[in-house]
Design a protein around this ligand. Structure first.
Ligand code: SAM
Length: 218
C-alpha cells in the first residue's frame, strides 16, 4: 500500500517519503500529510536546499525544526482519524502543527518564544493553513480552557510527565512526551483509561529542553 502512495509523489518530497517508509512509517495518511505540506515553507530560507533531508534544522533562538522521522513517528503512534482535539506543546517552526491539521479535527498549539510563534503563524498562512489556534506561553501548564484533549504532543524534552497535561487528557486520549535528561530521552506514551493511566516507553530521542513550570528550569 505504501508503495502505491509513493508512486504518486514527485519531486523533492518523494525521496524523503521513501526514506520515511524505509524507516518504518507505513501509515498512508501520515505519508500523505508529508506530501501535502511543503516543509521548505517552515525552514529558514537559507536552508531550503536541506528542507527535505531527514534531519533536524536550526530555526533560530537555539531551537530546531524536528527530524521528519520524529514527526512521522509521533503521528503514526497517535493514529488520528480526523475528528480529534489535539494540543501541541512547542509549536517551533509550525511544521508538525501543519501536519496535524491534515490528520486531526481541531489543533491547538503553544510556543514559549514569541518570535517563533509569529514566524510559525506566517509559515502556516503561507501554506494556506488558518484553522490552528495558537498561543504564546508555558505549555507545561496545558490549555485547560480548550481541554480535555484526545491527544497531547510535546515536542521538547521533559524531566518528567507534566501533571497538568495528564489532567487535560480525555478518557481514551494519549500523551506523547520525551522524558529524560537534557541530552537524551525516551519517548513515553501515556493513555488515559476510565480508571487511570497506562504508560509505555518507546524510542530513544534527542530534543531541545522543555522549559517551564513542569519542565526544566531556564
Ligand atoms: N515540532 C516543532 C518543530 O518541529 O518545529 C518542535 C520545535 S523544537 C524541537 C521545540 C519547541 O518547544 C521550541 O520551539 C521551544 O521554544 C518550545 N518550548 C520549549 N519549552 C516550551 C514550553 N514550556 N511551552 C511551549 N513551548 C516550549
Amino acid at each position: 500500500m505504501a508503495d502505491l502512495v509513493i508512486a504518486q509523489f514527485g519531486g523533492a518530497r518523494r525521496r524523503l517519503i521513501e526514506e520515511l517508509v524505509e524507516k518504518g512509517i507505513g501509515d498512508v495518511s501520515v505519508l500523505k500529510a508529508f506530501d501535502d505540506v511543503p516543509r521548505h515553507l517552515f525552514v529558514p530560507s537559507g536552508l531550503h536546499h536541506r528542507a527535505y533531508d531527514d534531519a533536524p534544522l536550526p530555526i533560530g533562538f537555539g531551537q530546531t525544526i524536528s527530524q521528519p522521522w520524529v514527526h512521522a513517528k509521533y503521528l503514526q503512534l497517535l493514529a488520528l482519524t480526523g475528528t480529534e482535539r489535539v494540543l501541541e506543546i512547542g509549536t517551533g517552526s509550525g511544521f508538525q502543527t501543519a501536519l496535524l491539521t491534515r490528520l486531526a479535527g481541531q489543533v491547538f498549539s503553544i510556543e514559549r518564544i514569541p518570535e517563533l510563534a509569529d514566524e510559525a503563524r506566517q509559515s502556516l498562512q503561507s501554506a494556506g493553513i488558518e484553522q490552528v489556534v495558537q498561543r504564546v506561553g508555558d505549555g507545561t501548564l496545558g490549555w485547560p480552557e480548550h481541554g480535555p484533549f484526545d491527544a497531547i504532543l510535546v515536542g521538547a524534552a521533559s524531566p518528567d510527565l507534566p501533571g497538568p497535561l495528564l489532567d487535560q487528557l480525555a478518557v481514551g486520549g494519549q500523551l506523547l512526551v520525551p522524558v529524560g535528561g537534557r541530552d537524551e530521552q525516551s519517548l513515553v506514551r501515556v493513555r488515559r483509561t476510565e480508571t487511570g493511566f497506562t504508560r509505555s516507553t518507546l524510542d530513544v530521542m534527542r530534543f531541545v529542553p522543555l522549559i517551564g513550570t513542569y519542565g526544566f528550569k531556564e
